[in-house]
Design a protein around this ligand. Structure first.
Ligand SMILES: [Zn+2]
Length: 336
């Protein structure tokens, strides 16, 4: 088995490893494809562990060996999500997985998927139907977090959801909002990203460098402002600007993937003036199946979010690039 490991900040080393044995409840997968996300790039810059770790938090793979007590079988194609929930704490026992007290993260607190084979818990895997291809499935964690954010927003059909940040996650959340017949309003500082949102059906877009978002939203909503603002932590719009877009009694959902080093400084005075509620969404719980259904039903189109493809040997140069670039398009890594 071979694995890229972060051995020091901005240093990836190729390591040969002995084959892991497959214990009870686990499967061994051959890693097919994955994408590098912002938290992966940030772990690369400043590893969150004092030992070497293989980066990349999720992947699509093929089961090559199944341990005892496992229902997956050899040849099954699966998505492995970034979080490993303990299944035993009080949060897990009440199915509130996003609050697991002992959660671990692939690529951060345990080895991720910049490697050819991995042994993972079956509970971290979701079986993929044939109509969801590998290139789409690598985005499943983004879609799962977007659905978690949608639930947290509490926004109903016909209401407005401001999405502040047209990153990969923001553009996917816009499509999830459309699926629930909520009206998304996408804000960013980059016209190209906003144009992509438009092409994917997000009708209202605002470049916050050219227009005052709060004023524009005042007009779009007939003075009510938005019922909820989803602030995408990896986006370029300051939180201070986002919270001005919510109406009285509205909600602010701060959405980010665990492991990101986000700047979320802002004044909380608008919260008092407008009686706002603030919620954080940093994990997808066990929404992977909902996300798979959204891809299978074509509710979300991720094809325009793919920047290109690289091979296993190109992982170090991809990380060097990803740690400097904005969190917009994603490059697919073909491992097998
Ligand atoms: Zn737990």
């Amino acid at each position: 088995m071979k694995a890229w490991k972060i051995t020091a900040p901005t240093t990836l080393k190729l390591c040969e490893e002995q084959s892991e044995s497959v214990g009870e409840g686990n499967v061994k997968i051959r890693v097919n494809k994955c994408v590098v996300s912002k938290p992966d790039a940030q772990t690369y810059r400043s590893p969150k562990t004092d030992y070497s770790v293989s980066p990349i938090g999720s992947c699509v793979g093929m089961v090559v060996e199944a341990g005892e007590g496992v229902s997956l079988t050899r040849g099954n194609r699966v998505f492995v999500r970034p979080q490993h929930y303990c299944g035993e704490c009080s949060a897990c026992r009440s199915a509130n997985y996003a609050c697991c007290e002992n959660v671990e993260y692939y690529g951060i607190t345990r080895d991720g998927f910049a490697r050819d084979f991995a042994v993972v818990s079956e509970s971290d895997c979701a079986l993929l139907p044939d109509r969801v291809d590998d290139d789409s499935a690598v985005f499943l964690d983004f879609i799962a977090i977007a659905t978690q954010a949608m639930t947290a927003s509490g926004v109903k059909k016909g209401e407005h959801l401001v999405i502040s940040g047209a990153s990969t996650l923001g553009i996917i959340l816009g499509q999830v909002a459309l699926h629930y017949q909520v009206v998304p309003i996408l804000i960013d500082i980059n016209d190209d990203y906003l144009e992509m949102g438009k092409q994917l059906g997000i009708y209202y877009t605002i470049n916050s460098k050219k227009q005052n978002p709060a004023q524009k939203i005042f007009h779009l909503t007939g003075g009510k402002m938005a019922e909820c603002v989803a602030h995408i932590s990896s986006g370029e719009v300051p939180l201070t600007d986002s919270i001005k877009c919510a109406g009285k009694g509205g909600k602010i959902v701060v959405v980010g993937r665990y492991g990101g080093d986000y700047n979320l400084d802002c004044s909380l005075i608008p919260l008092i003036e407008n009686g706002l509620t603030v919620l954080g969404v940093g994990s997808a719980g066990k929404n992977t199946q909902i996300a798979i259904n959204m891809l299978a039903n074509k509710a979300v189109n991720v094809a325009p979010l793919v920047a290109g493809k690289v091979l296993f040997d190109d992982i170090p140069s991809l990380f060097a690039e990803a740690s400097e670039s904005p969190d917009h398009l994603k490059t697919i890594v073909e491992i097998k």
